[in-house]
Write a protein that binds this ligand. Structure first.
Ligand code: HEM
Length: 393
């Protein structure tokens, strides 16, 4: 069997591949791109939910210990809440959750709206713009910068390092960006420590448990970097995929434009239909484990695919159809499941919702500026998102 991820067609439209894999088995051993590694790929909905709570490890430091010797990724990027297991993960997540509250996200909503209005402010109906470059890309990173308390003058630099971190395959560029970003964040933490403000970063510095446990300097740094990285490309893809799906379903687009109160509910179906995190971050099996009746061998890397699980016909009838009235759309796993479930889900949801609201209100005639077949998709296993989204307003 050749690797399902080696074909360029996979990145253009991965759903036929997912369907074929799932039909063979919802839990399957497949070779990775270079054929040397065999990985377990989980494409069924039930199996994916099981995998997210199974005794699989996210401690990729241990997994890569003997495999990635020529890399010089900054430790704050290589190791984060997303790459540790309990009890370390439990402690970190508890402390972060104390500072990153729903109230904080709600308080950001007016800012997100004014930012979205600012981005589209100079656009006129009939203009042609690349929505990824001019809205879906810059908005999420600006929101995270605002959340963390990054001064506006430094935001362009942050955006460029964050983009470099996702430069698939270009190890030198990724490693260099990881050091630049970590260096910047170290200074920012020192500045917030000296002059606390109302930012999330200042709150994370101050946060402590009942037993006075606090985040260490290294933990603060990796967390600041993680929030930036985890919340940028994913949300960019989320906005782009949602806008594209609506443009390709004009009846639904019109419905949401005339009934904007339906947008929050529609966001779940949009996230299910074209999930931005198509394949979750790497897990591996320290010991052999059973998933939905299939054995995952000890030592196997495991790719859990929300993008495939969210199109499982056993869970979502007629899964390839966008159905804004789908009764169980909210049971999608686009934000993962279990202890690593997306920490930023309420924020991501707010951003997608607000951007859709502003776009549909301002530009009712939104359409593609090029044929859909010519849209270029990113060559990333993890993120399913557009390189560019040229639209006519
Ligand atoms: C539409 C946008 C987003 C999607 C689809 C998404 C999806 C996900 C998924 C699937 C995971 C679990 C990964 C795994 O278990 O392998 C995750 C984790 C995470 N996400 Fe998001 N995310 C989004 C936006 C954000 C935003 C805006 C932030 C923060 C500002 C964020 C912060 C995080 C963090 C910190 C984790 C790790 C949680 C942990 O390990 O306990 N995400 N996200």
């Amino acid at each position: 069997m050749t690797s399902p991820f080696a074909e360029p067609a996979f990145y253009t439209d991965r759903y036929p591949t997912y369907a074929a894999l799932r039909a063979t088995s919802p839990v399957l051993q497949v070779p990775l791109e270079h054929g040397a590694t065999i990985a377990t790929v989980v494409t069924g909905y039930d199996a994916a939910r099981q995998a997210f709570t199974a005794p699989l490890s996210k401690n990729t430091g241990a997994y890569f210990a003997d495999k990635r010797s020529n890399r010089s990724l900054h430790p704050a990027v290589a190791r984060s809440m997303l790459t540790v297991d309990p009890p370390e993960h439990t402690r970190l997540r508890r402390l972060v959750t104390k500072a990153f509250t729903p109230a904080r996200v709600n308080a950001l909503r007016p800012y997100i709206r004014s930012l979205a209005e600012q981005f589209v402010g100079l656009w006129e109906p009939g203009d042609e713009v690349n929505l990824v470059e001019e809205l879906a890309g810059p908005l999420p990173v600006t929101v995270i910068c605002q959340l963390l308390g990054v001064p506006p003058s430094d935001r362009d630099a942050i955006r460029s390092w964050s983009t470099d971190l996702f430069a698939s395959g270009d190890h030198q560029r990724i490693d260099a960006a990881s050091h630049a970003l970590a260096g910047y964040m170290t200074e920012l933490i020192a500045a917030k420590r000296a002059h606390p403000d109302h930012s999330l970063l200042a709150d994370l510095i101050a946060v402590h448990d009942d037993d006075a446990d606090r985040l260490s300097e290294g933990e603060l740094l990796s967390l600041a970097v993680l929030l930036l990285v985890a919340g940028h490309e994913t949300t960019t893809a989320g906005i782009g995929n949602a806008v594209l799906a609506l443009i390709l379903h004009p009846v639904d687009l019109k419905h949401l434009r005339t009934s904007p109160h339906c947008i929050p509910g529609a966001v779940d179906e949009l996230l299910r239909y074209d999930s931005p995190v198509s394949i979750a971050t790497l897990r591996w099996a320290p010991d052999a484990v059973d998933l939905s009746g299939s054995q995952v061998p000890s030592g196997s890397p495991v790719f859990v695919c929300p993008g495939a699980a969210n199109r499982d016909p056993l869970r979502f009838p007629d899964p390839d159809r966008l159905d804004l009235d789908r009764a169980n759309a909210a049971s999608h796993i686009a934000f993962g499941h279990g202890i690593h479930r997306c920490l930023g889900a309420p924020l991501a949801r707010a951003e997608v919702e607000i951007v859709l609201g502003v776009l549909l209100e301002r530009f009712p005639g939104l359409q593609l500026a090029i044929p859909a077949e010519q849209l270029a998709w990113r060559r990333s296993r993890l993120v399913r998102g557009l390189e560019a989204l040229p639209v006519r307003l």
